[in-house]
Design a protein around this ligand. Structure first.
Ligand code: APR
Length: 235
């Protein structure tokens, strides 16, 4: 019997205990700034420096040495390293904590804060520094066209074909630290339920909890290592 094929979806909740704010909690990012002002193509056209300022501040947080992957990121990286079956970690997060924890079979469906893209030549570059309208593209040298390599509301998420293929063949779907309010990620559980075991690991009930076979409540740094331990013991 080959090991089950696993798809894991993570959201902002998995990075909360590393010190990064979520989006929709009471102290979340969208309680402080409006999506329409900083996270849409229209906002970028209207006031690019305001959008750059928003992402520059979040990118600077990732450069802070105090910000480290937590036990949940590390447990998923351990699973990635030892799971003999198919495994894909799909994150909605734009932070780099999964990669820094050691996850390799990883897709960022909403892009990555530590990358920048040229709106003219589409080249994507690793980027840890600030961005501005004066930043030249390293590839085509054009200024005024560099943007965060992050998917804004109204734009298509990345890698959807690969994600859909993984969902089609998965035996286990686990959603961790996501409120289940933003599609297409929020629709993944409905795609697989009935033919895959579905588990939600979250701090509290979400919009999608009723769609899961099993929901475990608690902080990710407790629920994720425990769940990973059970999976590894089942090998
Ligand atoms: N452990 C586990 N879950 C937690 C923790 C924690 N320590 N802290 C918070 N959570 C849960 C919250 O209860 C909530 O259900 O994480 C979830 C975070 O939900 P959101 O803030 O909506 O974040 P997310 O689901 O990732 O948002 C999806 O929306 O704004 C867009 O592009 C953005 O990728 C983001 C997408």
């Amino acid at each position: 019997m080959s090991a089950p094929s696993i798809v894991i979806l993570t959201g902002a909740g998995i990075s909360r205990e590393s010190g990064l704010a979520t989006f929709r909690d009471a102290d979340g990012i969208w309680a402080k700034v409006r999506i329409e002002d900083v996270a849409t193509p229209e906002a970028f056209r209207r006031d690019p420096m305001r959008v750059h300022g928003f992402y520059n501040a979040r990118r600077a947080q990732l450069r802070d040495a105090a910000l480290q992957p937590n036990a949940a990121h590390l447990a998923l990286a351990e699973l990635d390293g030892c799971w003999p079956g198919d495994l894909l970690l799909v994150t909605q997060n734009v932070d780099d904590l999964h990669a820094r924890a050691g996850s390799r079979r990883l897709l960022h469906m909403h892009g990555e804060l530590m990358k920048a893209r040229c709106g003219r030549c589409e080249a994507v570059h690793p980027w840890a520094a600030d961005l501005s309208t004066g930043t030249p593209c390293p590839a085509c040298r054009q200024t005024g066209s560099m943007r965060p390599h992050v998917v804004w509301f109204g734009e298509m998420p990345l890698e959807l074909k690969q994600i859909s293929a993984a969902l089609d063949r998965c035996d286990l779907f686990v959603a961790i630290g996501t409120s289940g309010q933003v599609y297409p990620a929020a629709g993944f559980v409905a795609e697989v339920r009935g033919r895959a075991r579905t588990v939600e690991l979250n701090l509290e009930a979400t919009e999608g909890s009723r769609l899961f076979d099993e929901v475990r409540y608690g902080p990710a740094t407790q629920t994720v290592p425990a769940f990973v331990h059970e999976l590894v013991q089942s090998l």
